[in-house]
Design a protein around this ligand. Structure first.
Ligand SMILES: Nc1ncnc2c1ncn2[C@@H]1O[C@H](COP(=O)(O)OP(=O)(O)O)[C@@H](O)[C@H]1O
Ligand SMILES: [Mg+2]
Length: 138
């Protein structure tokens, strides 16, 4: 979030982070890239004064992290396509971007042994999620 202070302030975004997040196994630099791509999308497509929630849970030794916004949402017919490189649903005048963020999210997470997805309907916000192996409890 420290790297996103400027776009957050410009959009008037509020990010609510769950008080406890699990420790996961993965590459820290890749994880940083993944989370900041999801957060920056939530800021960009989250409507005016985006309200964003970051939460997580662990089940069967896999952690799921969720980035949820209350923005423009995505029609289910586009859920597959948006994870491919250079696929965007809007013109760059409307929402700037290059269309590689979610491709990096998917490739990075799958390389670390996780999966990614989105739950969303057009106009009803989006919940992007990914899984990663939870770190062993000592
Ligand atoms: N939180 C979101 N809410 C609505 N649409 C989204 C969201 N995140 C991504 N998208 C859609 O998926 C497309 C691809 O996202 P991404 O790969 O990050 O590219 P970019 O951010 O450069 O447009 C976006 O252009 C947008 O159409
Ligand atoms: Mg993006």
């Amino acid at each position: 979030m420290a790297t996103l202070q400027e776009p957050m302030a410009r959009a008037g975004a509020q990010v609510e982070v769950a008080p406890e997040l699990p420790v996961v196994r993965g590459n820290q630099a890749v994880l940083l890239q993944v989370v900041s791509n999801l957060l920056s999308n939530a800021i960009k497509f989250g409507g005016s004064h985006p309200r964003i929630r970051l939460s997580a849970h662990v089940e069967n030794r896999m952690a799921t992290l969720i980035v949820a916004d209350e923005g423009i949402g995505i029609d289910p017919t586009h859920h597959e396509q948006i994870f491919r490189v250079f696929e965007r649903l809007h013109g760059s005048e409307e929402y700037p971007g290059t269309g590689i963020g979610l491709a990096i999210v998917r490739t990075g997470i799958e390389r670390m042994g996780g999966t990614v997805g989105v739950d969303s309907q057009r106009g009803e916000g989006s919940r992007f999620w990914f899984t990663l192996p939870a770190a062993e409890q000592s």
